[in-house]
Design a protein around this ligand. Sequence first.
Ligand code: ADP
Ligand code: MG
Length: 265
Amino acid sequence: MNPSGPNALSSQETSPASATGHAVIAVEDVHKTYDLGETKVHALRGVTLSIRRGEFVAIMGASGSGKSTFMNIIGCLDKPSSGRYLLEDTDVAQLDKKQLAGIRNRKIGFVFQGFNLLARTSALENTELPTLYARIDRAERHQRAVDALNMVGLSERMDHFPSQLSGGQQQRVAIARALVNRPSILLADEPTGNLDSRTSVEVMEIFQNLNNKGLTIILVTHEHDIAQFAKRNIIFRDGKVRRDELITTQSIASEVLKTMPTVEE
Ligand code: ADP
Ligand code: MG
């Protein structure tokens, strides 16, 4: 995984997040207002939290509570209306659009509910796409895509098109694509929302394997069972953090899978 560079620890000492150790994400009193002309929607109303390297966090909360808005901000897809966001000690508010895109490509991988794969493009080529923006040569791009597909257990199906893959396999390609630039943070917004229960647990098994290797993962889910595979649950309500708690008995996906019937692909 991507180390955050030699300055990460020393500059941490001056950051307000130092109380929680090596914060990769530190959000302070973040508000987000969507301006719809006549009306304003106050989607985030003062969110303060930090997430350390190697955490696995599930974000929960009712529809409209601000989960996706929060993910978009920490993923540098959008900026807070007010408040501060430090991503590995970089104050995101100070960055212009181009710098924001750069930091996003280097540090963050995204997985969404819809797999968003290109239809007439093989699993390998889909996985390779984000590397086109990285300054690496063709052979290295290919190797990284192969490695990423290996990590999600899809090395046998690299030449398949999305239509030749099950939903779970398509989501695994999407995870490989999110990993190919070797991000330090993986963000997933309802990644199991379109999957059956066994396939959902298989995706959680991949996430737990990646987390065990040190990847920081932040996942949005409305399913309580899925949230139990994480190590920490944060519950949003009306644009604020309502609860933030450590999971004392984390579900282990590989164990849960043994208790579930297999489905023919
Ligand atoms: P969640 O992901 O928890 O369902 P969202 O972050 O998507 O919640 O939405 C929070 C609030 O902000 C909702 O009231 C939603 O309608 C509003 N909202 C989200 N995105 C936009 C947008 N792009 N423009 C206007 N309002 C938005
Ligand atoms: Mg949402």
